[in-house]
Design a protein around this ligand. Structure first.
Ligand code: AHM
Ligand code: MG
Length: 339
């Protein structure tokens, strides 16, 4: 009698290994003989908080935590109840980890300094947008968490100075997409890995250990209602793309839109507008981490004509224009900007 189940050797050769985020991080740690374990602790805090946020998003309507707080965040934007819940989850998870010196959130005015002592190992700085695109929640749309990890450089002097380092200095970045499934996309500086949360066992499982963005993709992701309020090169680019038969996809949550671009190719754009002359998206919480991910996957990320990760940070809530995605598609946009 033949069995329909594959034998053990077949399972292994087909690459069906079962690897959790935790296993992956421990294996990475073993490659660095002087690792203290603090970096793994930072990522496990981010993973824990994102599982908590995923669960709260899923139950949002049942727990009556949809809608606004009737308050504004530091940037004058309407704060959703879940923005506050997600922010608290990240602050609580990261706040207790050794090796984290500073956390900075899009929702808070100032970074929180957890430790000043920089003797011993170099502590980490974690910057995050706790719930990106949170107004999507009211309509059961996708939302996400974005994070960026820096390391204190003693040459900068005080630990406070660490929060304002250029994107090039990031030692890790990622996002968690809370969609039909919860997906964690991560880079620690050597490629991009994708994990999916298995809610039955509470673990993020590795599904792709080398995510590559397609070089092309005839699709753009932009809020085109901003076209009359933006600069002419962007209008010319969109006219060109439409003539070339491009399609438009826009979820209104950067994590969902960038995830699509990463999987299928294309370009994501948030140009400067009359109401946001420097752009709407934040350098430290949104543009830099997405830029690192996209570049690590083989794509490009620009803020105007400047590579995003080379933009000098001047303020923690600084905004920049964003053009990122497939390398050839970003080049098309830059061609119009350079004219
Ligand atoms: P948020 O971080 O306050 O949620 O805002 C950022 C979001 C992005 O996710 C998204 O790309 C953009 O704002 C959408 O803006 P708009 O509604 O202007 O298109
Ligand atoms: Mg955001």
């Amino acid at each position: 009698m033949t069995s329909s189940l594959p034998d053990s050797a077949e399972v292994l050769t087909k690459g069906h290994n079962l690897t959790s985020l935790q296993t992956f991080l421990l294996a990475e740690e073993q490659k660095h003989p002087y690792a203290t374990g603090n970096y793994t602790m930072v990522l496990s805090a981010l993973s824990l908080a994102s599982k908590f946020i995923a669960a709260r998003c899923r139950r949002a309507r049942l727990e009556d935590v949809l809608g606004s707080m009737a308050a504004e965040n530091i940037q004058g934007e309407d704060q959703q109840k879940l923005d506050v819940i997600a922010n608290e989850a990240l602050v609580r998870a990261l706040g207790s980890r050794p090796g984290v010196a500073i956390i900075a959130s899009e929702e808070d005015e100032d970074p929180i300094i957890l430790r000043q002592d920089t003797s011993g190992e170099r502590p980490y700085v974690v910057l995050f947008d706790p719930l990106d695109g949170s107004s999507n929640l009211d309509v059961c749309g996708s939302v996400g968490t974005i994070f960026s990890i820096l390391q204190h450089d003693r040459r900068l002097g005080d630990v406070e100075a660490s929060a304002l380092q250029p994107g090039m200095n990031q030692v890790g970045a990622g996002y968690v997409l809370y969609g039909p499934s919860t997906v964690l996309v991560l880079t620690t500086g050597s490629g991009v890995q994708m994990f999916v949360l298995d809610p039955a066992i509470g673990s993020f499982l590795l599904v792709d250990e080398d995510v590559r963005i397609p070089d092309t993709g005839k699709s753009y992701s932009m809020n085109t209602s901003n076209l009359p309020k933006t600069e002419e090169p962007y209008r010319k680019y969109i006219d060109w793309a439409n003539e070339e038969g491009y399609t438009m996809r826009y979820a209104g949550a950067m994590v969902a839109d960038v995830h699509r671009v990463l999987m299928k190719g294309g370009v994501f754009l948030y140009p400067p507008t009359k109401s946001s002359p420097k752009g709407k998206l934040r350098l430290m919480y949104e543009a830099n981490p997405m830029a690192m991910l996209v570049e690590q996957a083989g794509g490009k990320a620009y803020s105007g004509m400047t590579r995003t990760m080379e933009v000098p940070p001047t303020a923690i809530h600084q905004r920049v224009p964003v053009i990122l995605g497939s390398s050839e598609e970003v080049d098309h946009v830059l061609r119009f900007l350079a004219e």
